[in-house]
Write a protein that binds this ligand. Structure first.
Ligand code: NDP
Length: 399
């Protein structure tokens, strides 16, 4: 059916690329382009001959001119941005210049401020509309599947949703005292920031990890979870009518939190540059360099993830509760695509979202968050491509 240009070749991209090749009917051709071309070539070598034609390229995605030249050469139907949030705007600029559809899994964040927001990308709405191209924002798991779950709940289960709790549990054990499951820099910036949730039309800010709850996750068991600010809260607060409160909780083990606190206390998580032996370095980037590469956790991680949403609202005048979630097994993911479940749960939705834009199902000119599209084909895609969902009308609630 078409051709995708995939930018980035890290943990998430690797899964998405495996899945594109499994779905070669839609992804007839892909070009994998990243900063380090050898990673793209290694993946091409592994996946060549399975139906999808694969090419590779070197690109600096911070450079709009380089991106435009690459898009003009490859002529893709869509650019899948699976690099880092810092590159969202340059890649969107290049898509605009070449009139090419765009998708990503994380919203823009300036490199010098650990504060992600949609406002920068929403400013592209009119320009994408005028160019007749679609930008699909946040097609990972959270954001991503959590937005699709919300649209699905609204379409099929509620007349009005008043409360959403998003619960992200990773019960995987990689055997290291401290490691992050995706890009350490992005992960640590997220969890060391203040928490916040949306209530009655306003943001309520909390100190980092201030609000803790214990939840008994299906197929996983009891885990400590902490309230964080998270990207999808911002768009869901606007796109779910009647919403009164949205919160996001993520599980963390004691060892992770103890190490993180120590690293913060000694200044290793700072993003302001410091001078070291005559050279400017950013402590968090140095820390990333000494931590295990998330891609190396795949073969050693055991256990499951459980990510889902609990909705409360009204249906036919009655109070209703609905919980929809996915359980994913780290070892099964590794056996299938050579990555652990955190990359898997992001890479699969990236492929599904891109496929829906490419085959026209989700094309509408402009810039849209994922919950603004019809959830049904995506929910079907989750069952088909390795992230089946389960539901309950009587879940344990979070107080
Ligand atoms: P990785 O660090 O593993 O991969 C990032 C890739 O982008 C690397 O291949 C890197 O190249 C490449 N890259 C970075 N900068 C540039 C640049 N300037 N030009 C070209 N390529 C570049 O990250 P992950 O795969 O873990 O994460 C990818 C994205 O997914 C992130 O934006 C992350 O926030 C998002 N994410 C979203 C989730 C969701 O549920 N929505 C969950 C988890 C992650 P190199 O190999 O040279 O370093």
């Amino acid at each position: 059916m078409g051709k995708a240009l995939i930018i980035g070749c890290g943990g998430v991209a690797s899964v998405a690329i495996h899945k594109c090749v499994q779905n070669s009917e839609v992804f007839e051709e892909i070009c994998i382009a990243s900063r380090t071309k050898s990673k793209c070539d290694a993946l091409k070598e592994k996946l060549d001959g399975q139906g999808t034609i694969i090419t590779t390229a070197q690109v600096d995605a911070d450079n709009v001119e380089e991106l435009i030249a690459l898009i003009n050469e490859v002529k893709p139907d869509i650019v899948m941005n699976l690099a880092l949030p810092y590159q969202d705007l340059t890649i969107m600029d290049a898509c605009l210049a070449t009139k090419t559809h765009y998708m990503d899994t994380a919203n823009y964040e300036p490199e010098d401020t650990a504060k992600f927001e949609y406002k920068w990308q929403w400013e592209y709405r009119e320009r994408f509309e005028e160019a007749g191209i679609t930008a699909l924002l946040g097609s990972g798991f959270d954001p991503g599947v959590t937005g699709v779950f919300s649209a699905h709940a609204l379409k099929h289960h509620f007349d009005e949703i008043n409360y959403i709790d998003i619960l992200d549990c990773n019960a995987g054990d990689h055997g290291y005292p401290f490691a992050t499951n995706f890009n350490p820099e992005i992960n640590i910036r997220e969890v060391t920031a203040n928490g916040s949730y949306w209530e009655n039309g306003d943001w309520v800010e909390t100190a980092p990890m201030e609000i803790k709850r214990v939840y008994n996750f299906p197929e996983v068991g009891e885990k400590d979870m902490y309230l964080l600010h998270h990207e999808e809260l911002e768009s869901l607060a606007l796109n779910i009518p009647g919403i009164k409160r949205i919160r996001f909780f993520m599980t963390f083990g004691e060892s992770y939190l103890r190490h993180l606190q120590c690293l913060e206390n000694v200044g290793m998580t700072a993003i302001e540059p410091i001078m070291y032996e005559g050279k400017e370095i950013i402590p968090l980037q140095f820390l990333k360099a000494v931590l295990p590469d998330p891609a190396s956790l795949g073969p050693r991680t055991k256990g499951k993830t459980n990510i889902g949403c609990i909705f409360r609202g009204k249906k036919d005048g009655q109070d209703k509760t609905y919980y929809v979630y996915n359980v994913c097994d780290h070892e099964a993911c590794y056996a299938e695509v050579g990555s652990q479940a955190v990359s898997y749960t992001t890479g699969v939705p990236a492929m599904i979202g891109a496929a829906l834009v490419m085959n026209g199902t989700w094309q509408k000119p402009g810039v849209y968050n994922i919950e603004e599209f019809d959830p049904d084909p995506f929910m079907e895609g989750l069952n088909k491509w390795g992230l089946p969902w389960q539901e309950s009308l009587t879940p344990e609630l979070v107080d």
